[in-house]
Design a protein around this ligand. Structure first.
Ligand code: ADE
Length: 325
């Protein structure tokens, strides 16, 4: 999967250890778990594949993890791919035709599928038919292949970018929200136990406070703090060590990293906090627009430092205070 590509082998191994393997380990998102439970129980009772599901919400909130639990619950294979990996009709066709009865196809970043690929998905989702055009020009013809009853789970950070025909083909749509502070604390405690890290309660609270209400961020920070303790030959981790590690990592009291502070400073200083569009920000910061919109902004908006208005982005008073301006 695209987002795992840059991980060190050690991190990939740790992520595997930390990934919940049962519903009990999957903390929070109670409403989603309850609704999903009902859908899956009913599908199992009818001995049918589950409805197609759409998961949306910010990155790092456990959408892929939940898809793995759905597959486990249904006792089927999960095939994972992502919108940007499906550039040609043949790639999607290969994915679809490798599925067995009731298998689950997970497409991450589904908003990045191009329209021609989306159009192959519609009949596949609706009537389990794969329509392909073979050849070009006058000699081309359409072939139709029957597919097994499968479930598509699609995930996106940008549901508004999905076409309405695609959106309407999902049987259920689930919104993943940021986790509560308490749930992040529980996740950190669980991860620390799994990794054999000694963390006292105060340290857990401190880490939870900078974890952006996001399990992936919490686990990533925990790993970095562990590295810091290891390099400094520290056996257990208390709040002082957390503070030192965060300073070293340039993570502030709200969990912001330097590039996010730079984004806010750019809005305030360079654009005088007049509404600024994402293209202008992208050019000044040298960052891809998608990264700004999907990775940096949602958390800044969530914690009330940035507002997205119809005219553009503006920093809030809280942002000025946080940056000491
Ligand atoms: N990792 C990702 N999502 C998680 C969750 N909800 N609970 C525990 N670990 C997670």
């Amino acid at each position: 999967m695209s987002r795992a590509v840059n991980l060190k082998p050690e991190d990939r191994f740790i992520d595997k250890i930390l990934r919940p393997t049962g519903w009990r380990d999957y903390i929070g998102q109670e409403k989603i778990k309850k609704n999903l439970g009902m859908i899956l129980t009913a599908a199992k009772k009818r001995k049918e594949s589950a409805d197609h599901l759409l998961f949306y919400g910010p990155t790092g909130l456990g959408k892929t993890t939940l898809a793995t639990l759905v597959a486990k619950e249904m006792g089927v294979e999960l095939k994972i791919t992502a919108g940007p990996a499906l550039q040609r009709a043949g790639e999607l066709a290969a994915c679809l035709s490798s599925l067995e009865e009731r298998d689950i196809l997970f497409i991450d970043e589904v908003h990045r599928l191009n329209r021609s690929i989306e159009e192959i998905l519609y009949p596949a989702m609706e009537s389990r038919k794969l329509h392909l055009v073979i050849g070009k020009g006058l000699g081309s013809r359409m072939i139709s292949i029957d597919l097994p009853a499968f479930t598509l789970i699609a995930a996106t950070t940008r549901p508004s970018l999905l076409s309405s025909p695609l959106r309407s083909r999902f049987g259920a749509i689930f919104h993943f929200d940021y986790y509560s502070f308490e749930d992040i604390g529980i996740i950190i405690q669980r991860s620390a136990e799994l990794l054999g890290i000694k963390l006292d309660q105060e340290a857990i609270v401190a880490l939870a406070g900078v974890s952006r209400f996001t399990p992936r961020a919490a686990n990533r920070l925990l790993k970095r703090v562990r590295d810091f303790a290891e390099v400094n030959n520290l056996k257990s981790i208390n709040i002082d060590i957390i503070d030192e590690a965060l300073k070293f990592l340039e993570i502030d009291s709200l969990g912001l990293e330097s590039y996010e502070r730079r984004l806010l400073e750019t809005v305030i200083k360079k654009f005088n906090n007049r509404p600024v569009g994402v293209s202008a920000l992208s050019a000044v910061l040298g960052l891809d627009k998608g990264t700004i919109e999907e990775i940096y902004e949602p958390y800044l908006v969530k914690i009330g430092l940035l507002q997205r208005t119809a005219l553009g982005r503006v920093a809030t008073e809280k942002a000025y205070k946080h940056l000491g301006l």
